[in-house]
Design a protein around this ligand. Structure first.
Ligand SMILES: [Zn+2]
Length: 340
């Protein structure tokens, strides 16, 4: 077999190639993984890597997301802390240390999460993007550390925090250490929320496992790309466990939108505009988008309680007409802290 694969097959290929025209470089045409039709690479780029035939949203990496979401020239990458690699000295068919090196060589990045800070339509934002190319976007200590760093920078800069997820879940080669990242990232999200800053999750294909079970489901707003698979366990595993056939489109973004697990399914063409609009609403923007970006008015929860909307203000004031003693007592009491 070795003789056949190592010697005969390459020689045979060389013979076949020498007799034909020079080969077209493979990367000029791209085959859509959904409809299997061929797309010329320039058409694909012009279409934001969405299949022009079937609208399939292909996976894109962090650099692409930074460029497409953040204002041109406004952003720069965040340097992420290094973490001890391979804490368990894990080995399956390959050493984990070797797998890491291989992934780092292939993607030219340290690990599966990258982050940048900049502006979206003039509003400050920290964007963290998971890279599915790096060991299926799995979450280990490095991803957890990167997430916490990006979240804290958002708090420091009073910026919105946006995470673009794409992950197979926790990184099994790091065992319990990877599971601990679920708690760490959840606490980092809490820090952003305590600072009264928006935390937006953009779910892209696929978002599964420990990532779905932690920071990917904690957003103020969940946006998903069309057709993205989002779930905890895979459909096959669920089917085998519950011994029932799952409904059509189960775990797809559109199905989850119908069932209330995501807030919006947004086409990639509309993503930047949607993100800008949401940030404008959440920051209660006071400047029109065309004006030079000033410091946005951040409305913290405490201020929101102190300054109720005009419609609510009369109800909160103490001098509303009271009909009985109980009402008077209620009216005299301070306005409740919870409310609109
Ligand atoms: Zn297609």
């Amino acid at each position: 077999m070795n003789w056949l694969t190592n010697y005969v097959r390459p020689r045979f290929r060389a013979l076949v190639r020498s007799g034909t025209k020079p080969e077209v470089p493979e990367n000029l045409w791209h085959q859509c993984s959904s409809c299997e039709r061929m797309i010329f690479h320039r058409d694909l780029e012009a279409n934001q890597r969405v299949c022009p035939h079937c609208n399939h949203h292909m996976r894109v990496g962090p650099e692409y997301r930074f460029q497409s979401l953040l204002d041109e020239g406004s952003w720069s990458r965040i340097e992420l802390p290094k973490v001890p690699l391979d804490p368990l000295k894990f080995r399956d068919s390959k050493r984990y240390a070797d797998r890491l090196k291989e992934a780092q060589g292939k993607t030219r990045t340290q690990d599966a999460l990258e982050a940048a800070h900049g502006r979206i339509d003039g509003l400050p934002a920290v964007v963290a993007v998971m890279n599915f190319e790096f060991m299926a976007g799995s979450m280990g200590a490095a991803v957890g550390e990167a997430f916490v760093t990006a979240a804290r920078l958002a708090v420091l800069q009073e910026a919105a925090f946006i995470i673009v997820t794409s992950s197979g879940g926790a990184r099994m080669q790091e065992g319990a250490v990877s599971l601990m990242q679920m708690a760490r990232t959840t606490l980092a999200v809490e820090e952003v929320k305590e600072a009264g800053l928006p935390y937006i999750v953009l779910l892209t294909d696929p978002t599964t496992g420990g990532v779905t079970a932690s920071f990917a489901m904690l957003g103020d707003i969940h946006i998903a790309e069309p057709g993205a698979v989002i779930g905890f366990a895979g459909a096959r595993v669920i089917e085998q466990t519950i011994r029932e056939t799952l409904p059509e489109g189960f775990q797809k973004a559109e199905y989850l939108l119908e069932h209330g697990m995501v807030d919006m399914v947004v086409h990639r063409f509309e993503m930047r505009a949607t993100m800008a609009r949401l940030l404008g609403l959440l920051f209660r923007r006071q400047h029109p988008p065309s004006e030079p970006a000033g410091k946005p008015a951040i409305v913290r929860p405490a201020e929101a309680v102190l300054a109720p909307a005009p419609a609510v203000a009369p109800a909160r004031s103490g001098d509303k007409p009271a009909e009985s003693a109980t009402d008077e007592a209620e009216a005299a009491a301070p306005a409740p802290k919870s409310g609109d």
